[in-house]
Design a protein around this ligand. Sequence first.
Ligand code: EPU
Length: 429
Amino acid sequence: MDRIRIVGGARLNGTIPISGAKNAALPLMIASLLTDETLTLANLPRLADVAQLKRILGNHGVDMTVAGKRLGEAELSGETVHLTARTIVDTTAPYELVSAMRASFWVIGPLVAREGFAKVSLPGGCAIGTRPVDLFLEALQALGAEIDIEGGYVIARAPDGLKGAHVTFPKVSVGATHVTLMAATLAKGETIIENAAREPEVVDLAECLIKMGAKITGAGTSTIRIEGVTRLNGARHSVMPDRIEAGTYAMAVTMTGGDVLLEGARADDLKRPIEILREVGAEITETNEGLRVYRNGADLKPVNISTEPFPGFPTDLQAQLMALVTRAEGTSVIRETIFENRFMHVQELARFGAEIHLDGQNATVVGVPRLKGAPVMATDLRASVSLVIAGLVAEGETIVNRVYHLDRGFERLEDKLSRCGATIERISG
Ligand code: EPU
């Protein structure tokens, strides 16, 4: 199993190109199931989760071809992939494939909307909490699907097609919003989604669906309206930049000090994290090419935040912020309100000498003057990268084990950081 070795202490200076967003790429790829024409997605990140979803879609009958490099294209820009679901040959998403990645459950929406039938394995629990699927099932039922759960599979039937409905979510869910949005594009009549997720990835999906011929208004607000159409067509869409990757590198630069351009990052997707990073001590400016993050040697300041659905502070940046404020001058309080068990990084950060106290949803971080390198490991993607951030300033050597978590969501992380001056390398095997 690969490991990452870091020797802390270097400031980061240079440019980091931001890849296409994992959490936009996944629903966009799944949207290819809605049409028998070709959906071309540009700027797809080269990530393990994207590769896994290719396998799942292939099993449903989606043909995929990868476009070759084009003139003028940057050496390491994202992939352009043509996805064509001419015929859905298999409406089952098996346990072996779905259990590896929760978002693959989302195929249930397009499959039942287009084929009137879907059998999809329950995703089960995962390292960051129980993450149930009740909201998905209630929404599909509201759209007229009959739902049964048998032998660990959800079976959704709508032999006469889905029907538009008024869906009010009791809680904001990104995945349930994606699925309801996709399913409603092919339902008869109007669907209104209330308390919809407002995340930029929902907007990206809606924009792509509109190019495919869907009639959608309100994406990015809490109320989305969809007027169903009988069929969708092919389209071309470029995946939005990854706001979580950008936010992560912004925290890394704030931690080490230095001056880095996050090429392609969009300030509008990161308003709250930018506010918080300025409080901590970073200078952040928006330029034509992206976001510039700068910090000289000044002390880091503590913060008090809660994770919230967009536009609040994202849970996907909580671990990274926690790593950052382990070095603040004073005590920070970080409250996790989205997932009940997303603090696995706490005990690993303690190996660096961080002082963190957990009490239910709250982590109290008492800043310490220095961190010391250590062997560490984490059980989810964002937790893993928080350990990299700590390692970048820790004295001596840090070894981050179980790097496959990082490969799920960060493209060429060690390459991007070492080009900015970090001492970081992958050790294979
Ligand atoms: N929830 C329910 N019932 C449901 C669905 C969700 O109770 O039927 C709960 C969840 O348990 C959680 C809350 O609702 O407490 C919010 O979960 P949500 O459905 O919004 O999360 P998700 O769609 O499964 C996506 C991202 C996550 C990100 C969350 C929150 C993707 C592929 N995943 O997950 O990203 O943390 O939204 O923003 O888009 C990551 O990239 O590392 C990651 C975990």
